[in-house]
Structure formats: structure tokens, C-alpha cells
Design a protein around this ligand. Structure first.
Ligand code: NOJ
Length: 552
């Protein structure tokens, strides 16, 4: 691996691979992935050519929301392993030149966290209770929730406790929101940041970063939708409150105490580019996920508009753009792109938005490959969700009785939720659970589709034209070519059904062009040396739904 991850600005260009620990690799055979499984696959990740891994929560958790309900922020969930194993994993990743980012969940804890248990025991008006958001209910006996806020997963955002008070939870009832006005909450999370930074962790992905502060008058929503309209002048009572920026200014000071610098990536769903960029000012977060890009349909004008607005809004605050096609909360890109793109609703990202639409998965995979190459050429940093490099589709047919996501029950069984993108990875085409667990191990925690045998990593390894080899080749070029990574982009003149851009060469070196053909007919290949293509180039042409990189 080259030395570009050694400096302080690694996060400006890194390709970050998301590991969902339950589903990545299971070393101990209990059917759930673990830290030892991650360790065993570090050579695979190094060979893939990624710069960093982001590990979804690995903390002790009752797993009511797959680990996003944390009961201890400074230890490792026993199902996943031990702190000593985590330390060893980080050291081994570092030795391979891979940075390690972990998830922090500061909007809510688990209801089993000692602080929430103390809050329950402490009773009305106690200082323990003030660490969370307890209120009296409305109605003569306080029998109605304090306001009309709804849980993101369905149903009221308030649950009543034995003494009659209600507590707020923007997600499941087992995820009580914490009170960020309380200095003890701030101190608690700062201690957690330092705990992991001191152990060598390189950064945090911040869960629901736009949710920590609330309008503390807790006003009713009265039907107010989020994201807000582009020109809205009012704020939403519990998303993207302006005071949230103060928290991240304090967090930035902590990250900056460390060398090499530690970095943050915010999970921020705000839907408005300038509001997102506000989190990326020089004294706040380093990066944030670009969900506008993830949600853009496979249509050239829409993608170009998102790319332009991303680059412009990030440049205004000096932050590198980031690009992402998938994660553990959204349907896999192969399956989103397998649908008629004009038919997708603007916010379509989950199975519930897709399943009723006919699908062509070969088409979806072809587009997902083209999208990956288009993305890796863009300026800034990119994310890869585990299994994207294998071209996995969403598992759309998980039987109802196997579903684990709380969305399924909280939506009253109207939304199958996010399990379809969380199915354990296929490492080998045969064997128990396609090599996810060792032979003789338990059944994987979610069932794997039979068709995944053909997509297993060992089948794709070394096979010319496989999706795995395409990712490896693209990431290798990112390391070799100074034109790629951080920097600027220039659009090239091209028909409306083509997206073509150039990344300038440094010091007189040739520039690199990326061309993607969205049209139904092949177009002539651009002049230059073909470095890589996402599909076969037929007779000197660039076929539909294909991206090519050329050096000119
Ligand atoms: C966002 C996480 O990505 C998602 O998986 C989780 O359910 C919610 N935040 C609540 O923590």
C-alpha cells in the first residue's frame, strides 16, 4: 500500500469500506459475524485496495436495533468478541495501512444502559432523569404523549413509564433519546471519544448527527414534513436544529488534539445541500455522507445535478465531497437500479418503495458497476458497503418469520425494513452458509438466497470481468493515479445521455476522463488509452449503462 494514508488529510480522499459486523464474517460459528471474522478478512480488504474501514456498532447491546441501541460505549459486545481482540484488529489493520473508523450513537442509548436504568430508578425530577428527555403527558391524567412526534420506525415517539412520566425516543422504545442540554451527557460522550481515540481509532461515523438537539419547547409537528422545503425559513423541532453545531465544534477540538488527526463522518439526512455543508465548516465535522447521491436515480440529468450541487456546496466550506451508493439502511444499488428509474419516487431507497416495481437484476448490476466507476473517479472520498464489490442484490424474499429489523413490527407489518441489505456475505460458492461461518456452524442470523453461490468472493476472485476484479482494478488505479481522489472536476461536452468529466493531470501529466453512457445506443469511445471499463467495450464503442476511464 502506498503512503497516502499516512498524512493528516487521509479522509479527504479515502475509500472507506463499511463493515456491518453481524454480517461480514463469523469466525466462532454462532451464525453472527464477529471481530475475529473481521481480522481474518483484513488481507482481503487490503487486496481490495480500500483505505479505511468503518465498523457499524460493535458495543454491548441488547440488539433491539442491531447494535444501534448501545448499553456500554466503552466495551465490545460479547457476541462480537473482546476489547483485546478489537485492539489486535486495529493494530493489524494499521499494519496493512488501513484506517479504522467506528460508529458512535449519541442521539440515544439502549434502555439497558446504566444511565437510563438510573434515570428510571431516580424518579421524577431527579438529576438522573435529566440525562434523558422525560416529560409529563397531556390529558387530565397525563395519559396522552407530551406531543405529536412520531418514531422514525412508526408509532408515537413517547413511551410511558411506571410512575406516569413519558420519555422520548425518535427510534424504538428501547432507544431513549438523551438530553444534550445536560453537561453530564456532553462529558460522558467526550470521554467515550477519548477512550477510543486513545486506543488508536482513527475516526467516528456519527449516528443521526442531525438529531441531537431539539427545540426544547417540544412543540407539536402539526404535520410538518422533513426534509423541509428548499426555501423554508423555519426549523424543524427535532431534526437539524441550529444549536447542534455547538456540539460538533467541541468534538472537533477533541479530534484535533490527536496526531495524525482523527476524523468524523456525520450521518446527516437534511435534504438541503447548504444545510449539510454547514456541518462541514472547518471547525466542525470533516465529512458527511452524501445521501442525495445515494438516492439519485440512474438518470444522467439527476446525477449531474447532484454532483454539481455537492461539489459547489462542499467547496463553499472547503470540505471534500463524499459519494456513497449504499449502506445497511437502504436497498442495495443493484436492486434500486434494476427498476424503471423514472418510476421511482423521489425518496425511494428501501424495499418498501421498490418491491412493487418489476426488476431486471442483470441490468441493475450493470448499472451498479457503471455507477461505482463513475463514483470512484469523482473528487473526494467514497464509501463502499460490504458486498457491493460482489455485486450483491437486495435479498427481497426473506420470510416474514425470519425478519429481525424492528421496522417490520413497528410499521405494523407494512414495511419489511432493512434486513434485505444485511444478509451475511457469501465468501465461498459451496459449504455451509457460503463460507460466512465455519463448517458445522449455526445457521446465519438471516437466510442467504441460494443464487448467491454464483456471487461468492471465491468465484469472482481472479475471474476477468467479475465485479470484485472491477473494484480491485478501480481502487488500484485510485492509488496509482494522482489525478484521482481530492481535487476538482471539469465536465466535458457530451450528449445529454452521457456524463463525461475530466480530472486534470498534475505537473503536465495526462488527464483522466470518465465517460458513462446512459443512452440506449452505444457511442464512439473517447480518444485516449482505455484504463478500465465497467463492462465490455464492443468494437470500439461504449455500450449503454457502461463507464470507461481513459487517459488522454
Ligand atoms: C441510523 C442507523 O444507520 C440505523 O441503522 C439506525 O436504526 C438509526 N440510525 C438509529 O440509530
Amino acid at each position: 500500500m502506498d503512503g497516502r494514508n499516512a498524512g493528516n488529510d487521509w479522509w479527504r480522499h479515502a475509500v472507506v469500506y463499511q463493515i456491518y459486523p453481524r454480517s461480514f464474517a463469523d469466525a466462532d460459528g454462532d451464525g453472527v459475524g464477529d471481530v475475529a471474522g473481521i481480522r481474518s478478512k483484513l488481507p482481503y480488504l487490503a487486496a481490495l485496495g480500500i483505505d479505511a474501514i468503518w465498523i457499524s456498532p460493535w458495543y454491548p447491546s441488547p440488539m433491539k436495533d442491531a447494535g444501534y441501541d448501545v448499553s456500554d460505549y466503552r466495551d465490545i459486545e460479547p457476541v462480537f468478541g473482546t476489547l483485546a481482540e478489537a485492539d489486535a484488529m486495529v493494530a493489524e489493520a494499521h499494519a496493512l495501512g488501513i484506517k479504522v473508523i467506528i460508529d458512535i450513537v449519541p442521539n440515544h442509548t439502549s434502555d439497558q444502559h446504566v444511565l437510563f436504568q438510573q434515570a428510571l430508578a431516580g424518579g421524577r425530577g431527579s438529576s438522573d432523569r435529566d440525562l434523558f428527555i422525560f416529560r409529563e403527558g397531556r390529558g387530565a391524567q397525563g395519559e396522552q404523549p407530551p406531543n405529536d412526534w412520531q418514531s422514525t420506525f412508526g408509532g408515537p415517539a413517547w413511551t410511558r413509564v411506571a410512575d406516569g412520566q413519558w420519555y422520548l425516543h425518535l427510534f424504538t422504545p428501547e432507544q431513549p433519546d438523551v438530553n444534550w442540554r445536560n453537561a453530564a451527557v456532553k462529558a460522558e460522550f467526550e470521554q467515550t471519544l477519548r477512550f477510543w481515540f486513545d486506543r488508536g481509532i482513527d475516526g467516528f461515523r456519527i449516528d443521526v448527527a442531525h438529531g441531537l438537539e431539539k427545540d426544547w419547547a417540544l412543540p407539536d409537528l402539526n404535520g410538518l414534513e422533513f426534509p423541509l422545503e428548499a426555501d423554508a425559513e423555519h426549523d424543524h423541532p427535532h431534526w437539524d436544529q441550529p444549536s447542534v453545531h455547538n456540539i460538533f465544534r467541541e468534538w472537533r477540538r477533541i479530534a484535533d488534539e490527536y496526531t495524525p488527526s482523527r476524523a468524523y463522518c456525520g450521518e446527516i439526512w437534511v435534504g438541503r445541500a447548504h444545510r449539510l455543508a454547514a456541518y462541514l465548516r472547518a471547525d466542525e465535522l470533516h465529512t458527511a455522507f452524501n445521501f442525495d447521491f445515494l438516492m439519485a436515480p440512474w438518470l444522467p440529468a439527476k446525477l449531474r445535478a447532484v454532483i454539481d450541487s455537492t461539489i459547489a456546496s462542499h467547496a463553499a466550506v472547503g470540505a471534500p465531497p463524499t459519494w456513497v451508493l449504499g449502506n445497511h439502511d437502504v436497498s442495495r444499488p443493484v436492486s434500486r437500479y434494476a427498476r424503471e428509474q423514472e418510476a421511482l419516487e423521489p425518496m425511494a431507497r428501501n424495499l418498501v418503495h421498490l418491491q412493487h416495481l418489476p426488476a431486471d437484476f442483470d441490468l441493475g448490476r450493470r448499472r451498479a458497476r457503471a455507477a461505482a466507476l463513475l463514483m470512484f473517479g469523482l473528487p473526494g472520498s467514497s464509501y463502499v458497503y460490504e458486498g457491493e464489490e460482489l455485486g450483491l442484490p437486495e435479498a427481497e424474499d426473506i420470510p416474514a418469520e425470519a425478519l429481525q429489523d424492528p421496522v417490520w413490527t413497528m410499521s405494523g407489518h407494512t414495511d419489511k425494513g432493512r434486513d434485505g441489505c444485511r444478509v451475511p456475505l457469501p465468501w465461498t460458492s459451496d459449504g455451509h452458509s457460503f463460507g460466512f461461518s465455519p463448517e458445522g456452524g449455526a445457521e446465519p442470523w438471516l437466510p442467504q438466497p441460494d443464487e448467491w453461490a454464483e456471487l461468492a468472493a471465491d468465484v469472482q476472485d481472479g475471474r476477468a470481468g467479475s465485479t470484485l476484479e472491477l473494484y480491485r482494478a478501480a481502487l488500484k488505479l485510485r492509488h496509482q493515479l494522482p489525478q484521482l481522489g481530492d481535487g476538482v472536476l471539469e465536465w466535458l461536452e457530451a450528449p445529454a445521455s452521457v456524463l463525461a468529466y475530466e480530472r486534470a493531470g498534475v505537473d503536465g501529466a495526462p488527464s483522466l476522463q470518465s465517460w458513462t453512457n446512459f443512452g440506449s445506443d452505444p457511442i464512439a469511445l473517447p480518444a485516449g488509452e482505455v484504463l478500465l471499463a465497467s463492462g465490455d467495450l464492443l468494437e470500439g464503442t461504449l455500450p449503454t449503462d457502461t463507464t470507461v476511464w481513459v487517459r488522454v
